[in-house]
Design a protein around this ligand. Structure first.
Ligand SMILES: [Mn+2]
Length: 289
């Protein structure tokens, strides 16, 4: 693949808040073009800290992409108008920070909350969807102003109910009609929900703004049974020219392990050196794909 290839920093981390700067040099040396970071973390940084991070990336020739599953207090689909307002303000701060840093791609559960609260009925889901769209109409004005691609991550039913398939995502984007609202498809989630991963990717032509990859058990790409030929073929067919970011989660521990539900070691007890080696092998696998 000729696309820029990235990796989510939490491959190496057990907590969501981290110092991202050391990862810039690391991912560069492992063959990546992009580092994906926790978008929420930049809100708590000072302008000087944001500048230092953005400059470190620029100097290394690494782009930064930004991702978040919004915490419950910022649920953009909430029944509570106060919670939705809180969410709109928080995402506004993320967009402000990204704009300061020259960021162009925000992805994740940025239309509701992650993980979803309880187990809604179908009727409740449709009400959540309506409220989510109302919140996004407000937020997208700012994304348009900054020309940031606002990429809605389509996830499996156990994590959110509003958008589980590419088809639902395209309908949602059409309803909003903003040039900056895009989709983030992720092979891990598509493997659960889509009839055909290749057809799902093709159906998102014109809407696909970001792409996450991983094996069905979230190991590094190229090590499992994901149909990579079909996936890379479909991305080429729709002439997708955005980033391909891997999101492996293979180690237990910390809040990351708990939230991602890593209940066993999938790294085969990897040393730090082996972790780096596996990431580099996956980057090379995608570039050859
Ligand atoms: Mn993802």
């Amino acid at each position: 693949m000729k696309n820029p290839v990235g990796i989510y920093y939490a491959y190496w981390e057990k907590e969501w808040n981290a110092d991202f700067i050391p990862y810039i040099g690391k991912v560069k040396s492992l063959g990546f073009d992009d580092l994906e970071i926790n978008a929420g973390a930049i809100v708590d940084m000072t302008p000087a800290e944001r500048k230092r991070l953005a400059e470190a990336a620029r100097d290394a020739g690494i782009t930064l992409s930004y991702c978040i599953g919004l915490p419950g207090e910022y649920d953009l689909s909430s029944e509570s108008a106060a919670v939705r307002k809180n969410g709109i303000e928080f995402v506004g701060k993320i967009l402000d920070g990204m704009n300061e840093m020259g960021g162009k791609t925000l992805g994740g559960i940025i239309y509701a909350t992650w993980p979803m609260v309880g187990s809604p009925t179908y009727e409740e889901k449709m009400q959540m969807r309506t409220r989510s769209i109302e919140s996004l109409k407000e937020i997208l004005k700012k994304a348009e102003q900054y020309d940031i691609n606002y990429c809605l991550e389509i996830v499996n039913r156990f994590e959110q109910c509003i958008l589980n398939t590419a088809a639902e995502g395209v309908d949602y984007c059409k309803e909003l009609g903003s040039p900056n609202v895009k989709l983030l498809l992720d092979t891990f989630h598509m493997n659960i929900e889509e009839d055909s991963i290749g057809d799902a990717i093709c159906s998102a032509k014109g809407y696909l703004g970001h792409f996450h990859i991983g094996e069905p058990n979230r190991k590094t790409p190229g090590t499992g049974r994901m149909p990579w030929g079909e996936i890379f073929g479909a991305l080429k067919e729709i002439e997708y020219d955005g980033m391909i970011v891997m999101e492996p989660f293979i180690r237990v521990g910390g809040q990351v392990g708990k939230d991602i539900k890593v209940f066993r070691d999938l790294s085969d007890n990897a040393t730090p050196e082996k972790m780096d080696e596996m990431a580099a092998a996956a980057a090379s696998f995608v570039k050859r794909g």
